[in-house]
Structures are given as C-alpha cells and as structure tokens.
Design a protein around this ligand. Structure first.
Ligand code: THU
Length: 183
C-alpha cells in the first residue's frame, strides 16, 4: 500500500492541481492508471488474480492498494483493505472517488465485504467506478448498515436523543439516555 505510485506520483487526480477532490470532478483516467500501477504489488499466488485499487481522498491525496492473499484462503486481504489501511496510516480523511482493476486493466466491482469497507470511509456520496459507469456508494450498497445504526443503540437499549453518531458521549449523557442517574 502507498499514498502514491507510478500511475499517480506527483499528480493530483482531483482534476486541477491543488484543488481538493471534493471541489472538482475526479480525473478518472489518472485514478485508473494509479490502480493499474498498484497491480505489481499484488500478492496473489493462490488465485492468480491480482487486483489494484486507487482512490482519491477529500484532501486530494491518492491512496492505492493491492490484494494480499494467504495460504489460509479466507484470510486474504482484498486490494480495498490495503487501500483503506493506507488512508488511515497516512492521516485519515474521507474517500471521494474509488476505482479497482484486474490484471487486464478492466474496472472490476468491489466485493460485498469491501463495499462495506468503502461505505465506512467514504459514505453514501463516494463515487465508485464500476463496469456500468461511475455510481455513488449508496447505489452500490443500498440501505447500508453503518455507524449511525450503532449510535441508535447503546448497551442494548435504544437511544432516542443520545449523542451524535461517532461520539461516545459523556458518562452523564450516556446515563441520561438510559434513564439512569449519573453516578
Ligand atoms: N479481490 C479484491 O482484491 N478485491 C475485490 O473487491 C474482489 C476480489 C481479490 C481477492 C482475491 O485475492 C482475488 O481477488 C480473487 O478473489
């Protein structure tokens, strides 16, 4: 995994140099080239199916990833896994546009598990390159389960007016949400 590769090094794939990805349409050809560049890092001795992935983050950063297989097949890491790790390990942020390619350079669709990964780090508006064109994340993973579902329940009980999604809240707000006296 890396934040740049031969396909994208030195380039801003968000459209205009220095423009945040969220403010300009992605340069899909540059992003696809970055995904093809990542293919050479794939470790796919079992399937013989290398995958390269590339994404642009909301600050214009380019992330890449490749699949990393394992003799225990089920432990295989898809290209999206290393891409998401690259996002987090290079400072975090949100994914704005994503593409994935096979060894022939064809755009492939993220598997079901990886759609969930992309949802977590890009949300409904993430632009996803697919064999049927560019779609939004909520089109490729409708009615997704996400962090807001968890925020609606705490300790097995519904939280009506609890803390906003993604926050833990204070001891007091958690207790109030459960109708308890804070200690
Ligand atoms: N693969 C990915 O890397 N991403 C996907 O979204 C689909 C599948 C990899 C996993 C495995 O190493 C190989 O493709 C064959 O399934």
């Amino acid at each position: 995994m890396s934040t740049t590769d031969d396909g994208a090094a030195g380039r801003n794939v968000s459209g205009a140099a220095g423009t945040p990805a969220s403010a300009a349409p992605p340069d899909w050809e540059a992003l696809r080239a970055a995904a093809r560049g990542a293919l050479r890092f794939a470790y796919a001795p079992y399937s013989g199916f290398p995958v390269g992935a590339a994404a642009v983050a909301d600050d214009g950063r380019v992330l890449t990833g490749a699949n990393v297989e394992n003799a225990a097949y089920g432990v295989t890491l898809c290209a999206e896994c290393s891409l998401v790790s690259a996002l987090i390990m290079s400072g975090g942020g949100r994914l704005a546009a994503f593409t994935c390619t096979d060894a022939d350079g064809r755009v492939i669709m993220a598997c079901g598990r990886c759609r969930q990964l992309l949802w977590e780090h890009g949300g409904a508006e993430l632009l996803v390159d697919t064999p049927h064109g560019v779609l939004t994340m909520d089109q490729v993973l409708p009615q997704a389960f996400g962090p807001e579902n968890l925020a609606r329940v705490r300790d097995g009980r519904p939280v009506d007016d609890g803390p906003a999604a993604g926050t833990q809240g204070t001891r007091e707000t958690r207790a109030e949400a459960h109708g308890e006296e804070p200690s």
